[in-house]
Design a binder for this molecule. Structure first.
Ligand code: ADP
Length: 160
């Protein structure tokens, strides 16, 4: 069975990410979720914290591995004996960025394929930045992130 790699910032993991992970697990034999830094984003949680949160939130799922990477994603994917990158797709806004990245990766290594998974409609407008903004202003995050993530966000923003 194929192994697929799902990379992202996961800063922090949301129910949209979990939905993509669960859908991927229905298709692939194993899913490796890997945390990397996106140079365009200033992180709220360290890579280690993001890995820990992902582990906690996926502890009931089978055939999953949580890791992190730095450097070229394609090297990481090859190192894991995988040929598949998973990305989630939300509204149209994701499309251009994802399209460019997938095609660029294909230019570098044509054997590695990017597969897109659409999330449940409920999570289509969900992203980590909106969640952080809501948490910062004390809004409830019911049903949008796992409980442990909501707790960590409250702790983080009550210190600032
Ligand atoms: P990155 O900084 O690499 O885009 P993110 O953590 O923001 O990392 O997202 C990782 C992947 O998960 C991306 O492919 C993104 O489009 C997807 N994703 C994020 N939130 C959702 C969501 N609510 N529904 C579906 N896919 C999502």
């Amino acid at each position: 069975m194929e192994t697929a790699v799902y990379p992202g910032s996961f800063d922090p993991v949301t129910n949209g990410h979990i939905d993509v992970i669960e859908r991927a697990l229905n298709i692939f034999g194993k899913v490796i979720v890997t945390v990397g830094d996106n140079p365009g984003k200033k992180p709220t949680f360290t890579i280690e914290e993001r890995v820990e949160l992902l582990k906690e939130c996926t502890k009931n799922l089978k055939n999953i591995e949580i890791g992190s990477f730095s450097g070229l994603l394609l090297d990481y994917v090859r190192g894991k004996n995988s040929k598949i990158i998973i990305r989630g797709l939300r509204a149209v806004s994701d499309f251009e960025f994802e399209f460019q990245r997938a095609l660029m990766n294909r230019v570098i290594n044509s054997e590695i394929e990017t597969i897109f998974i659409m999330t449940k409609e409920h999570y289509v407008y969900l992203n980590s930045s909106i969640i952080k903004e809501m948490a910062m202003f004390g809004s409830k995050l019911n049903g949008l992130v796992p409980e442990i993530v909501e707790k960590k966000l409250r702790e983080r923003f009550s210190k600032t």
